[in-house]
Structures are given as structure tokens and as C-alpha cells.
Design a protein around this ligand. Structure first.
Ligand code: MLC
Ligand code: AMP
Length: 495
């Protein structure tokens, strides 16, 4: 039977090579397998049922993650649905996650007093560590077949409203990871190194699941620091997974510290994704370390769609052709016809394939808006060369912001701001930023007689949603520019 994570399957010889490295800790296949089994036994003892969602807090330090990640894998192996979330998720976002999943169980640190997670049955890291140290590989885990039932649900923002859950299945994930392995010659000799968060496609699916599935493993740094990341990639001769903001900071830090360029130069491959990497950054990274960057393009709703193939060589400005098994077309404004692949004509990217979601969790209307006969309307605008390579040029909506590689819905931030004292009206925009790609800024009309403190509003969003969704600047205004219909003219705010 084909498994999602073959190196964890019973009967495989333990090589002793690290499969999961966190901080100073190194787990080989046998040690990780034992930790997953131990977590599975605890989950079974809590009465975990097939298809049940389990909230998993993938935050904190290396020690914490070392306990939590095997539990995440165990949830998937037992036929339930892992729902990872940030350790710093705010109260509004947590309340939504709890309500939307109707979860009964969670894995993570004890909920703080008054937390929306209070009352859920909780498996804490200390308990997981204790169970793992008891050893013994009993229990029914590590046998998840490549079926179509959800094993993972990732939450992502839309232009309006609260985040929506995107279910993924083992069959879809495996197809995606196997296609990427061919594009990047990614096998057990290629460890992944990254400092990405573990609640998104990039860090979790590609980094952790890819490292496990292809056998090279993952070295994860829970905190991004340019020098430490460069050294780790160089020492392991690993494949760096990064977002453009990280490459920008590596280049900046490399100006002061020549060791960064030397270490990056020893990497097996440099990969960037989640947001556009400007051509000048491709050039700056290559000047720093002598290595080209390969880009790939994906969405929470589809996993990875396109990747520049190693055999084709680097292709700055392009995200590569569709992966094997992915159908891609560029659709004109009429929503019907396809634009020609002439390198210039622009259309919306539609994709179809095994890893494209079947629909958002419990959201029929929202799903129908973006899905048509299996095609996902991505909202991304692109041109395509005759050889199939795709060049992304922007997004359909200004209300989906990409900041530091995080996807942030303007509507969610606006709703959080409107709940704060002294705020009458608000408009949130993404402003071009050399480091973050886009920087969130908020324009706020105070309530009559009020004078809200911008710093308090920024803090309020960080605490309600998460730190990365906070505006980097808040501007107080007497009124917002509106058209004759009363709709806020965000483009005028960006001028
Ligand atoms: C700052 N902090 C605050 C705060 N201000 N905390 C509370 N309240 C406030 N007001 C804290 C943060 O929590 C964090 O702490 C630290 O200060 C720095 O926060 P930051 O300034 O927001 O982070 P920054 O340095 O800007 O982060 C840059 C970054 C990050 C590149 C490291 O943006 C990042 O990790 N991006 C990756 C996003 C990603 O993986 N996207 C993939 C999506 S999947 P602490 O303790 O946390 O350090 C996808 C599909 C695909 O897109 O194609 O891949
Ligand atoms: P998310 O759901 O967080 O994965 O965000 C998906 C969005 O990230 C896509 O719709 C794109 O707009 C953007 N994206 C991902 N990869 C790239 C890339 N290589 N270049 C430009 N944009 C990208």
C-alpha cells in the first residue's frame, strides 16, 4: 500500500539520518515514528474518531514543536483532520476557528484564562513528550492510505469575511509533492531547510510533508534569523524554502556578514514562493552567493501549481510551467474564452488537478464563486509564454494583500478594527514595500469626539487576529474617499 510518509512505515530500516531537526534535536525515522505512535495512542484514548477535526497549535519553541508535530502527523495517520494554527493567533481568530470547525480536541499549550479555546479537551506538549519517552510502537498509526478523504484543513483569508477552511486529502498532497520532486530532483539526498511558519502550504505541506515523503527530511528553525538560516542551509547542503522577504533580508544581512553569502553558496538549491520575487532580487541573491533562485507558485486552495524545473535552468520573472497533472488556463474578462500563450496577453489563472480543493469547509456559496467544473479561479492575473511558462503580474482584487508572504484579507482586518473603541469607518490597503512586498496600512475615521491612538489600534489587531495581520501604519482621516455609490475608493488612498 502506498503511504503518505513512506519513511515512517513499519519495516523500513532506520538509517539514523535525521528526518526532523528542530533546534538541537534530531529525530530519525525510528524516533519520529515512535513519537507519532505515542501521540496516536493518546489521541485514541481521547476517543478520536475518523474525520474529526483537531486544532493543533504549531507555535512556540523547538521543544514545543518537537512534541506537537508528531501529534499532527498522528491525527492525519488516524484518519482524522489536522487543523494547524499559529501559536500567536488572537482571540477573534481563535473564536472563529473553534466555531467553524466545531472541534472537540486540541493539541497545544494550556489555554490562557478567558481564551476562546477554554473547555476543549487538550493534549499538552508535556504529556506528549512523556508518552513518547515511554517508547513502544504499539497502536494503529502510520498506515494512512492515499485516499481522497480530508486529512488536513488550512485556514486562509478571502477579500471579505473570516478565514475559510480548505480541506486537503492524502491523495492530493502526495500527487503535488511527487510532481514537485520531479521538477526539483528532490529525493532522500535533499534535506529541506526553512524558517517558515508551519500552518501554511509552504512551511507545512512542502517543508515538513515533502521532507518526510521524499526522505531528505526537514531542518526547521522556529525563528527566522538570516545568519542562522544561511548557516543551517550551508551545513546541511540543503534546499532552502523561502519567501521573498526572507531573501531580501538575507541579502541585506549579507552586506555586513560575508559568511552569509558563503553559506548560501553551499546550498543545494534556493527556492522562493508565496509572493512575487522581483527580478532585481533574483540578481541580488545570485550576486550574494552565486546561486540562482527557482520560483514556484501556489495557493492554499490548490497547493503548488507551477514550478521552474531544475533541468530547464533558472527563469527570473517566471514561476515555471504547470506541474505534471495540473491543468492551467488563462481566462479573459468574459470568464469564458482563453487568452493566447503569446507571453503578453493577460488573463486570470484557472487551475484544475488532483490537489485542487473540492470546496471550502461548510461554505457552499463561497466555494461556488471560485470553483467551476473542478477549475479553481485563482484571482491571479498572468501571461503565458508559448513554452507554457507563466508570468504572474498581479491579482484581481486589491483586497487580498500579500505581506511577508502571508495572505491577508483587507476585510478581516477592517472588521477587527471596527470592533475597537473610537473607530467609525475604516479602509485597509496593501502599500508596495521593498521588504514585505506589501505593507498593510489602515485609514481610520474616528467616531465623533474620539481620537483613537494609532499604536493601540495596531496592537488591537495583533491581539484580535495575529501579529502579521497588524497594520504597520494607521492614518486618521476626517472621511474616506467614496464614489457616487458610497463605495470607498481604495485606489485613491494608495496615490
Ligand atoms: C510585532 N510582534 C508583535 C507585534 N509586533 N506581537 C504582538 N503585537 C505586536 N504589535 C512580534 C511578532 O509576533 C514576531 O514575534 C516579531 O514581533 C516580528 O514580527 P513581524 O514584524 O510581524 O515579523 P516580520 O519580521 O515582518 O516577519 C517577516 C517574515 C514573516 C518573513 C519572517 O513574514 C514570515 O514568516 N513569512 C512567511 C509567510 C508564509 O510562510 N507564507 C506562506 C503562505 S502559503 P516572533 O516571536 O514570532 O518572532 C502560500 C502558498 C505558496 O503562500 O505558494 O506558498
Ligand atoms: P496563499 O493562499 O497564502 O497560499 O496565497 C496564494 C497567493 O500567493 C496566490 O494567489 C498568489 O497571488 C501568491 N503567490 C504564490 N506564489 C507566488 C509566486 N511565486 N509569485 C507571485 N505570487 C505568488
Amino acid at each position: 500500500m502506498d503511504l503518505l510518509f513512506p519513511p515512517l512505515g513499519a519495516g523500513r530500516p532506520a538509517t539514523g539520518a535525521p528526518l526532523l531537526s528542530l533546534g538541537e534535536a534530531r529525530l530519525d525515522a525510528a524516533a519520529l515514528g515512535a513519537a507519532v505512535h505515542a501521540a496516536a495512542r493518546l489521541l485514541e484514548a481521547e476517543g478520536l474518531t475518523e474525520g474529526e477535526p483537531v486544532l493543533i497549535e504549531v507555535g512556540g519553541d523547538a521543544e514545543n514543536l518537537l512534541a506537537v508535530l508528531p501529534a499532527l502527523l498522528a491525527v492525519m495517520e488516524l484518519g482524522a483532520v489536522a487543523v494547524p494554527h499559529a501559536g500567536k493567533l488572537g482571540h477573534r481568530a481563535l473564536a472563529h476557528l473553534r466555531a467553524d470547525t466545531a472541534a472537540r480536541l486540541r493539541v497545544g499549550r494550556a489555554a490562557a484564562e478567558g481564551s476562546p479555546l477554554t473547555g476543549l479537551c487538550t493534549l499538552e506538549p508535556a504529556r506528549l513528550r512523556e508518552a513518547a519517552s515511554e517508547g513502544s510502537r504499539r497502536g494503529g498509526a502510520l498506515r494512512r492510505a492515499l485516499d481522497d478523504r480530508p486529512c488536513l484543513m488550512l485556514y486562509t483569508s478571502g477579500t471579505t469575511g473570516s478565514p475559510k477552511g480548505v480541506p486537503h486529502s492524502p491523495a492530493g498532497l502526495a500527487a503535488n509533492l511527487d510532481a514537485l520532486a520531479r521538477a526539483w530532483a528532490w529525493g532522500e539526498a535533499t534535506p529541506v531547510v526553512h524558517a517558515l511558519p508551519l500552518f501554511h502550504v509552504h512551511g507545512l505541506v512542502l517543508g515538513l510533508f515533502g521532507g518526510l515523503r521524499h526522505g531528505g527530511g526537514l531542518l526547521h528553525l522556529p525563528r527566522f534569523e538570516p545568519g542562522a538560516l544561511a548557516r543551517a542551509v550551508g551545513e546541511r547542503r540543503g534546499m532552502l524554502f523561502s519567501v521573498p522577504t526572507m531573501l531580501h533580508r538575507l541579502v541585506e544581512a549579507g552586506r555586513e556578514d560575508p559568511g552569509i553569502g558563503e553559506a548560501l553558496g553551499r546550498a543545494r538549491r534556493l527556492i522562493s514562493g508565496s509572493a512575487p520575487l522581483p527580478r532585481r532580487m533574483h540578481a541580488a541573491v545570485e550576486a550574494l552567493c552565486g546561486q540562482p533562485v527557482f520560483e514556484r507558485y501556489g495557493l492554499t486552495e490548490s497547493a503548488i501549481n507551477c514550478a521552474v524545473r531544475v533541468e530547464d535552468g533558472p527563469d527570473p520573472g517566471f514561476v515555471g510551467p504547470p506541474l505534471p497533472g495540473v491543468e492551467l488556463k488563462l481566462v479573459a474578462d468574459d470568464g469564458l474564452s482563453e487568452v493566447p500563450s503569446d507571453g503578453e496577453s493577460l488573463g486570470e489563472v484557472w487551475v484544475r488537478g488532483p490537489s485542487v480543493m473540492r470546496g471550502y469547509h461548510g461554505q457552499e456559496a463561497a466555494s461556488a464563486k471560485v470553483l467551476l467544473a473542478g477549475w479553481l479561479k485563482t484571482g491571479d492575473i498572468a501571461a503565458r509564454r508559448a513554452d507554457g511558462s507563466v508570468r504572474l503580474v498581479g491579482r484581481r482584487s486589491v483586497d487580498l494583500i500579500k505581506s511577508g508572504g502571508y495572505r491577508i484579507g483587507a476585510g478581516e482586518v477592517e472588521a477587527a478594527l471596527l470592533e475597537l473603541p473610537g473607530v467609525a469607518e475604516v479602509a485597509v490597503v496593501g502599500v508596495a514595500d521593498d521588504d514585505l512586498g506589501q505593507r498593510i496600512e489602515a485609514f481610520v475615521v474616528p467616531a465623533p469626539g474620539a481620537r483613537p491612538d494609532p499604536a493601540a489600534l495596531i496592537q488591537g489587531v495583533a491581539e484580535a487576529l495575529s501579529p502579521h495581520q497588524r497594520p504597520r501604519a494607521v492614518h486618521l482621516r476626517d472621511e474616506l474617499p467614496r464614489n457616487a455609490m458610497g463605495k470607498v475608493q481604495k485606489k485613491l488612498l494608495l496615490d
